[in-house]
Design a protein around this ligand. Sequence first.
Ligand SMILES: [Zn+2]
Length: 98
Amino acid sequence: MDKQSSQPVLKKQRPRTCVGCGEESPKRILLRVIRTPDGEVRYDPTGKANGRGAYVCARRSCVESAKKKKSFSRALKAEVPEPLYAELLEKCGDEEAG
Ligand SMILES: [Zn+2]
């Protein structure tokens, strides 16, 4: 009698770490940026698009920090078009107090 040993499939959920401040922020709003299979880097408002993704807090300081450090380029291994940052900044709300 063969007993099939089925190993439980562990779904590894990667923490969504902001490329700006480096903090995991499950509660904070994170903007998702993806690299499409075509190699294009763009903002993904749905959070469901296929592709390699990177996250940044919806905070101006984080987006600007990511821009300065070229964090998206490094995380996605692709060139980030300048207008993307403007788009992300638009999604940022008011600067958080504290
Ligand atoms: Zn952040």
